[in-house]
Design a protein around this ligand. Structure first.
Ligand SMILES: [Zn+2]
Length: 96
């Protein structure tokens, strides 16, 4: 199977605001003015430069929300405890 571009895709061109090269629209993310190449370079640079910060932020988020997550799961169980019990009871009754 060949992956030829449709006529529409060939027609549509966009100029990247970073490298200023006119490229096919298929290498742009929707509604973005930056081509995928520039965008991936930007993001990898951004990550490299802010790596420590990003890792710290993710860690903080994880630690800060851990209680909330626990609470949520606990509530989830308690709210459904009766339902689960009834379900299990019915199951047993059906089996015997
Ligand atoms: Zn570009």
């Amino acid at each position: 199977m060949s992956q030829e571009l449709t006529e529409d895709q060939v027609e549509l061109k966009e100029t990247c605001s970073k490298c200023l090269v006119e490229k096919n629209i298929s290498v742009f993310k929707k509604n973005r003015k930056v081509c995928l190449t520039c965008s991936s370079i930007y993001h990898s640079n951004y990550y490299q430069e802010n790596k420590d910060h990003i890792i710290q932020q993710n860690h903080d988020y994880y630690v800060n929300t851990i209680d909330e997550r626990k609470k949520y799961h606990k509530n989830y169980y308690y709210e459904r405890k009766d339902q689960i019990k009834i379900k299990n009871k019915l199951k047993r009754l059906n089996l015997s």
